[in-house]
Design a protein around this ligand. Structure first.
Ligand SMILES: *Cc1c(COP(=O)(O)O)cnc(C)c1O
Length: 381
């Protein structure tokens, strides 16, 4: 058995990250300011989009965009149930109705066909997820969406390309920089968009509805008597956080290359264990995976997924669960009437998926340890 515990993930923090954060701490300006602006520009340069708004989380981005789009009671928002539940919570808190679409059983991606079937005259927004870092069929989704806005949940997709263009290069997408994401700010997020008016509106919504923040007032010579145009929120990102994100973004290509190499080794090593089935790549279009997660389905007559995770932990291997489907969680079952059987592929995966350790500071030997431990707990040689 492995001597030390291998966690499911660990943030990749190096000396230049620490240096970058330290500089902000010594600079005299620690909340959002010049480093936020630099981080926004860097994410735009990397993704190819034109406006970035740094925020305290991707959940905040979702909250603000629903407000800015005036989505509320009577409106429907299409999204998968196989997503991080905060997205669904924001839809419900806005007073709108989440309309869940099933995912492809092997990729966990929503398909244009499933979205087309869920569209009604009340549909105001579609929020598909680039699950685990694989790319959605964006052309297909945009075609069925027609004039209905699509906001891509790109929380897993920094470093994902679709047909030669980075995810979020056009339209509107939201990224997360939560501690486990490929680039982290501890907590943080960003909305990118090619619509300047929308970006300006999100900026106002993120800071009290004033339309400018303390940094604008002090350093950009705008009116210090700026007024509240409407009551907004306070979802700005600190420069302490932005400095970490900016520093990490400099090596996103290296980070994701290492993730890919580890993922390829997993695929190779797991190929002869039929009870452990990794997700499949989507077919029919060219894309580049960001390998945010390495998700497998545990399909063994010997043990269920939960037992498998517990057994691996006893072997000093950590795992994660991304995600338990939203529609069968207590509130959604009891208050909104969602029932088992509504989304068969989502529910099958919700019961069988598990995320294996994957982070850039892992060694290839660690992958071998994980596979050995899997064989041990499944009673294989
Ligand atoms: C992490 C995540 C989010 C939310 O990100 P936060 O920054 O933690 O709010 C949203 N959607 C998906 C699919 C995620 O994995």
């Amino acid at each position: 058995m492995r001597k030390d515990f291998l966690p499911f993930t660990r943030p990749a923090i190096n000396e230049s990250d620490i240096q970058a954060v330290t500089e902000v701490l010594r600079s005299g300006w620690i909340t959002n300011g010049p480093v936020n602006a630099a981080f926004e520009k860097a994410v735009c340069d990397f993704t190819g989009n034109s406006h970035g708004v740094a925020l305290s989380s991707a959940t905040a981005a979702m909250h603000l965009l629903l407000k800015a789009m005036k989505i509320g009671p009577g409106d429907e928002v299409i999204t998968p149930s196989m997503t991080w539940v905060s997205i669904v919570n924001m839809i419900v808190l806005a007073g709108a109705k989440p309309v869940f679409v099933d995912v492809d059983r092997e990729t966990l991606l929503v398909t244009p066909e499933a979205i087309a079937a869920a569209i009604t005259p009340h549909t105001r927004l579609i929020v598909p997820v680039h699950f685990a870092g694989a790319a959605l069929d964006l052309d297909g989704i945009r075609r069925v969406a027609g004039s209905i806005p699509v906001v891509e949940d790109a929380a897993h997709a920094l470093g994902t390309w679709y047909k030669g263009r980075h995810i979020g290069s056009t339209g509107t997408a939201i990224y997360s920089f939560h501690a486990i994401k490929n680039v982290t700010t501890g907590e943080g997020g960003m909305l990118v968009t090619d619509d300047k008016a929308f970006a300006d509106s999100i900026r106002a919504w993120k800071f009290h509805g004033i339309g400018m923040d303390a940094f604008d007032r002090q350093n950009r010579g705008r009116s210090p008597q700026a007024e509240v145009l409407f009551p907004g929120f306070k979802y700005n990102l600190t420069d302490i956080c932005a400095a970490l994100g900016l520093s990490q973004l400099n090596r996103i290509v290296n980070i994701n290359t290492k993730r890919r190499e580890l993922a390829m080794l997993y695929r190779h090593e797991l190929a002869d264990i039929p009870e452990i089935r990794p997700l499949a790549d989507p077919q029919g279009y060219d894309f580049r995976h960001a390998w945010h997660l390495f998700v497998v389905r545990v399909d063994s007559p010997k043990m269920g997924r939960d037992e498998f995770m517990t057994a691996l932990k006893a072997e000093n291997i950590g795992t994660g669960l991304h995600f338990r489907c939203a529609h069968l969680q207590k509130y959604y079952r009891e208050e909104m009437g969602f029932r088992p059987g509504m989304l068969p592929a989502t529910e099958y995966n919700s019961d069988h998926i598990c995320s294996l350790p994957l982070f850039p500071d892992m060694d290839f030997e660690d992958v071998i340890d994980v596979v050995k431990a899997i064989k041990t707990v499944l009673g294989r040689k």
